[in-house]
Design a protein around this ligand. Structure first.
Ligand code: A2P
Length: 270
């Protein structure tokens, strides 16, 4: 698969990425190696995942040149400010053993232990540090994650570079229509994490039935659904067969069926 999305300053990003959230460092080497063996060229990690070291090692040990792999990492959500962002970035590239990143994201607009806190000023300072790293060529593209419209708007108003990507939870039943539209207007590529609703959606009878109709697995239907919405899915697995399965998406879902899936209830909303 060599399909790509093009970010708004021209950098190409492979249209499926291998997600590594919840893959412990001990398992990350094998998982990323398997992903690379199965044709993934886009790996998504974060300092907070505590697996950058073995993600990086797997990429280095694999017989692939650095520029053929797209590597994303993230600034920890609680780190807000200019100097601390430069420091955290240094830690990430040292963990990964690389000298540049393809994409660096602010992990969230607020710390995970204080969701919703207004950190606008801190986000702006972090963003300015990321703009500097971008201009120096240490990061090929910069973006955000878990940002709502107002969080993105604050950066657009105060800074020079519009975020190139926003990585958000998106899966069948998760209504993100208005954020998707906002991002489209600003040419921000939306990356979908938890495209399988962390696995919770795969036993749903209607999903199973529709997947059978297309002769694909429920996971493939879920991942394809993200592509049908113009988002970039980041499925995660530690299992060889499932890693391969998740990258085989050579089918399309009819607009009527996409609509049916849009109407699903959010399985993860309590
Ligand atoms: P495993 O790692 O054992 O394959 P998400 O990407 O939404 O976060 O979902 C990840 C979860 O879904 C993990 O528990 C993963 O388990 C499971 N999973 C990933 N791919 C598949 C698949 N093709 N079929 C079934 N379960 C899957």
């Amino acid at each position: 698969n060599d399909r790509v999305f093009t970010l708004h300053k021209g950098v190409e990003i492979p249209d499926i990425g291998f997600g590594t959230w919840q893959i412990p460092n001990e398992e990350a080497y094998a998982a990323v190696t398997t992903a690379l063996e199965n044709g993934y060229t886009h790996i998504d990690t974060a300092l907070a995942y505590q697996n950058e070291e073995n993600v990086g090692k797997a990429i280095q040990d694999f017989n692939i040149s650095r520029e053929k792999v797209f590597i994303t990492s993230k600034l920890p959500a609680q780190i807000k400010g200019y100097d601390v962002t430069l420091e955290a970035f240094g830690e990430t590239i040292s963990n990964l053993g690389v000298d540049y990143l393809d994409l660096y994201l602010i992990h969230a607009p607020w710390p995970w232990d204080d969701i919703g806190k207004d950190c606008t000023e801190g986000n702006i300072e972090s963003w300015k540090a990321m703009e500097k790293l971008y201009k120096e060529g240490k990061i090929r593209a910069i973006g955000v994650s878990n940002f709502a419209e107002k969080d993105i708007q604050a950066l657009i108003d105060a800074c020079e570079i519009v975020p190139m990507a926003n990585q958000i939870p998106f899966y069948i039943g998760r209504d993100q229509a208005s954020l998707l539209q906002f991002c489209r207007q600003h040419h921000i590529v939306v990356e979908a994490y938890s495209p399988l609703a962390t696995g919770q959606i795969l036993n749903n009878a209607e999903i199973k039935e529709m997947a059978a109709k297309y002769d694909v697995t429920p996971a493939q239907l879920c991942i394809r659904y993200c592509l049908e919405h113009g988002t970039l899915p980041l499925p995660k697995s530690t299992n060889k067969e499932r890693i391969l399965e998740n990258s085989q998406l050579d089918f399309t879902i009819s607009p009527e069926d996409v609509q049916k899936l849009d109407a699903f209830e959010d399985i993860r909303a309590k």
